[in-house]
Write a protein that binds this ligand. Structure first.
Ligand SMILES: [Zn+2]
Length: 435
C-alpha cells in the first residue's frame, strides 16, 4: 500500500477499538474477568418429583482450572420420578459429549454450546425412552461461564435473570399448551389433539392438555406414552451480563404459579443466595399453601472484586448507569437467529436465542465451527456409522422403510432420523411399529 494511501485511510477509518471498549477494559482491569458464584436452593415437593443439580466445578479442559464453568438445573418430574432422576444423572454428560472434542477457545466452546444442548436433550430423551418407563420431566439447565449464561429448557421450570439495576429478563419460554399458542399450533399440526379434560356431562375442566396422554406441557424429556410431538428440543438463550453481574432464579412451576417474576425477584433482593432461595419458596407457600413442585435454585454472579458482598446489597445506581451505557455494544460472536439484533436489555447483551422445535433449524445451521465432527458421526447420539451400512441393517425389513430423503441438517443415524421424523409428525402410522 502506498504511503499516501495509508495516511488517507488512517484519516478516514474509525479507530480499531471503540472508546467504550477501551473504557470498559479500564474498568475491568482492577478485577479478574471471572466472577465469583454464590448459590443456594430450597424447596418442597409433596410427591418428591422435583430434583435439582448444582455442579459448580466443571472443567472445559481437564486439569485446567482457567477453563472452569458451572452448571445448575431444575427437573420437575411427572408420572413418577425416573425421568427426572435420569435427566439429573445423564443430561449434562450427553450435552458435553455433543461438543466437538478438540474445540479450541472459550469463545468457540460457548458458540457450540446451544447446538450441543439441543443434541444432548434429544439424546437424553431417546435413551430414557429406551428404558420403557412412562414418566416425564421438565428440564432447565443453566451453564454459567464467566459472565456468559446459557439456558436450555423444556417444560415450564422458568429461569429469570435479575440484574443489579433491577431489570428482569426471562431466559426461558413456558412450554405450556394453555399459554403458548405457537406450541399449540405446532402440536396440532403434527397430529396431536389439544383440549381440556372432559367430565361426565361434557363439562370441560382444567388447563389445555394434549391427547392421548393428557399432558399440559408441549415439551419434556421422557413421556413415551404421549404423542411424539411432545418433543425434547429445548429453547436456548445465551446472554452476557455486564461486569456488575446479576442473579439467576430458576424454579419449578409451583413457585411461578404463586409468584410473578417481579414478585419472586423482589422478595429476595438484598439477601445472599442461600437465604434468597428459601425466601422465594416461603413467599410462594404463603401465597398458595403447600403445593407440589416448589423447588428453587438461586445463583448470584458476582464480580470477583466484590465477592464479599452480594451484588444485590449495593445498588450504586450512578455507576450502573455509566456501566450500562458502556456495555451496550454489539456482539462480535452472534450465532443465533437474533444474533444480529443484539437486543440489550439494561446492561445484558443477548448473544443467542432460538426456540424452534425443528431439528433442521437447530442442528443444521451455523456449522462454521473449526472442529467439525466426522461426516458419518450422528449429530445427536455421537455414534459413528457408515451411512450405507446403517440404512441396510436398520431399515431392512422394517415397517417404515423411510425414504430417507435428504434434509438440511447434519448426518443422523437411522434411529435419530426416525426420532426426528416422529417429532415432526411425519410418521403417524408407524410410530408404535418402529419403537
Ligand atoms: Zn443417532
Amino acid at each position: 500500500m502506498a504511503g499516501a494511501e495509508r495516511e488517507r485511510r488512517k484519516m478516514t477509518l474509525p479507530p480499531a477499538l471503540p472508546l467504550a471498549t477501551l473504557i470498559g477494559r479500564e474498568l475491568r482491569a482492577g478485577g479478574s474477568e471471572r466472577p465469583a458464584l454464590r448459590y443456594g436452593h430450597a424447596g418442597f415437593a409433596k410427591r418428591g418429583e422435583d430434583y435439582f443439580l448444582v455442579k459448580p466445578d466443571c472443567l472445559r479442559v481437564p486439569g485446567d482450572p482457567s477453563t472452569a464453568f458451572s452448571v445448575f438445573a431444575v427437573f420437575d418430574g411427572h408420572n413418577g420420578v425416573s425421568a427426572a432422576v435420569f435427566s439429573k444423572e445423564h443430561l449434562l454428560e450427553h450435552v458435553m459429549s455433543a461438543l466437538p472434542p478438540d474445540i479450541g477457545s472459550r469463545e468457540d466452546w460457548l458458540q457450540a454450546l446451544p447446538r450441543a444442548l439441543v443434541a444432548g436433550f434429544v439424546k437424553a430423551d431417546i435413551d430414557f425412552q429406551r428404558k420403557g418407563e412412562v414418566s416425564g420431566t421438565t428440564a432447565t439447565l443453566v451453564v454459567v461461564d464467566g459472565f456468559t449464561v446459557t439456558v436450555a429448557s423444556v417444560g415450564d421450570s422458568r429461569c429469570i435473570l435479575d440484574t443489579q439495576g433491577g431489570e428482569l429478563q426471562l431466559l426461558t419460554v413456558d412450554h405450556r399448551l394453555e399459554e403458548n399458542v405457537e406450541e399449540r399450533e405446532r402440536v396440532t399440526a403434527s397430529g396431536g389433539e389439544v383440549g381440556r379434560l372432559n367430565l361426565f356431562g361434557g363439562q370441560e375442566v382444567g388447563p389445555l392438555r394434549c391427547w392421548p396422554g393428557g399432558l399440559c406441557l408441549s415439551r419434556s424429556i421422557g413421556d413415551m406414552d404421549v404423542g411424539e410431538y411432545i418433543v425434547p428440543v429445548p429453547h436456548v438463550k445465551q446472554v452476557k451480563l455486564s461486569s456488575v453481574g446479576g442473579r439467576l432464579i430458576m424454579a419449578s412451576d409451583g413457585i411461578w404459579d404463586a409468584l410473578s417474576n417481579e414478585a419472586a425477584a423482589k422478595s429476595c433482593r438484598g439477601l445472599p443466595a442461600e437465604l434468597a432461595a428459601k425466601l422465594v419458596v416461603k413467599q410462594a407457600l404463603k401465597k398458595c399453601g403447600l403445593k407440589d413442585d416448589t423447588t428453587c435454585v438461586v445463583v448470584d454472579i458476582i464480580p470477583s472484586d466484590h465477592h464479599l458482598t452480594s451484588p444485590q446489597l449495593s445498588p450504586k445506581r450512578n455507576q450502573n448507569k455509566l456501566k450500562s451505557l458502556l456495555f451496550r455494544r454489539r456482539s462480535h460472536s452472534s450465532v443465533g437467529k437474533f444474533g444480529g439484533k443484539s437486543a440489550s436489555i439494561g446492561s445484558v447483551e443477548e448473544l443467542f436465542e432460538e426456540g424452534s422445535a425443528m431439528l433442521e433449524e437447530r442442528l443444521g445451521r451455523n456449522l462454521s465451527l473449526k472442529a467439525a465432527s466426522p461426516p458419518s458421526r450422528c449429530a445427536i447420539c455421537q455414534v459413528d456409522q457408515e451411512p450405507f451400512e446403517g440404512l441396510m441393517e436398520e431399515n431392512g425389513g422394517s415397517h417404515c422403510s423411510s425414504p430417507y430423503a435428504p434434509w438440511g441438517g447434519p448426518y443422523l443415524c437411522l434411529e435419530c432420523r426416525k426420532k426426528k421424523d416422529a417429532m415432526e409428525g411425519k410418521r403417524p402410522s408407524c410410530s408404535t411399529a418402529c419403537r
